[in-house]
Design a protein around this ligand. Structure first.
Ligand SMILES: [Zn+2]
Length: 311
């Protein structure tokens, strides 16, 4: 009896803390001195905060939850947010700049992102702002902002005693993913080019999909070929693996190579896309990954992109 009661209480606690109805929590995790990743409780976009003596740098911010990121910053320091950087233009990474408006930070993005933000994302933001759906409440209060600086090539920001090497990596997860390497902290912020323990989402900007598997693999190769002094690669989705270093990138690359080959084998055996979607077995190494429903979009990408069929 007692045990049943206990189990019921545990189940209730679980559903309250992790269930779909629970409010989103952004949990700060210390990666190294002055560098914190805020992990999204439902596996959506993470944020990363870097504290310096001169102010704060924030990578990625969703209008739904960047107020939590700001609250964490205010609790930790009296310094202002000086720079915002977005890994790509998707709403879960680039819709929340408005929350930091009081500090008037400079927002750095790639020019592709500026394009996507001005075109699709702004439209989506305004649609949600005008919606009466409760889940878009955060959009009602906020405004869609646009970056201050759009970059075409690598940029080095010297700030607060740190070096931020900001590199547009080309088309992979989205049309314009960028990474940020901070050598003094031995961290590299990967945005959605790295997802851990979770099936990657295909890059999306207001319903337009962009991910390119071959490009994504190439970018991971490019980053690994730099042999950077990195202790921790910080993911766009999923938990941060402190100290796992390049193994995270190797696993992410293997994911695309192995999964694509599994799809290719089924194509070779004469399977249609519909059959692949039904019959595909996720290889053991990735069987524990969360959000398997995301695979549905990826079967399409693997299938069409294998044949260079304009997807
Ligand atoms: Zn994302």
């Amino acid at each position: 009896m007692m045990r049943t009661y206990f189990a019921a209480v545990l189940a209730l606690i679980w559903s309250l803390t992790t269930g779909a109805s629970a409010p989103v929590r952004m949990t700060p995790l210390k990666v190294t001195d002055g560098v914190y990743m805020l992990e999204h409780s439902r596996g959506s976009g993470n944020s990363t905060v870097i504290f310096t003596d001169d102010g704060v740098v924030v990578l990625d911010f969703h209008i739904d939850n960047a107020d939590q990121t700001l609250a964490f910053i205010r609790k930790t320091t009296d310094k202002k947010v000086k720079y915002l950087i977005t890994s790509h233009s998707a709403g879960d990474h680039a819709s929340g700049a408005w929350h930091f408006r009081e500090d008037a930070p400079v927002w750095i993005a790639t020019k592709n992102q500026v394009h996507d933000l001005q075109m699709q994302e702004r439209e989506e933001f305004l649609q949600r702002k005008n919606s009466t759906e409760a889940r878009y409440a955060a959009y009602k209060k906020g405004e869609p902002l646009t970056p201050t600086i759009g970059i075409d090539g690598p940029m080095t920001l010297y700030f607060g005693g740190l070096t931020f090497q900001i590199t547009p990596e080309g088309r992979g997860h989205s049309t314009g993913d960028l990474t940020v390497y901070i050598p003094q902290k031995r961290v590299m912020l990967m945005g959605d080019l790295l997802d851990t323990e979770i099936h990657p989402g295909q890059g999306e900007s207001a319903g337009v999909f962009f991910s390119n598997v071959a490009g994504w693999i190439k970018i991971l190769d490019n980053v690994m070929a730099r042999s950077l002094a990195v202790e921790t690669y910080i993911p766009g989705h999923g938990p941060v693996h402190i100290g796992r270093g390049v193994k995270d990138l190797e696993e992410q690359k293997r994911y695309f190579v192995v999964m694509r080959d599994e799809v290719a084998k089924m194509v070779q055996a004469g399977k249609t896309l519909e059959q692949i979607e039904k019959e595909f077995k996720v290889p053991q190494e990735f069987a524990h990954y969360k959000r398997p429903e995301r695979l549905r979009d990826f079967y399409k990408l693997f299938y069409h992109q294998l044949a260079e069929a304009g997807f």
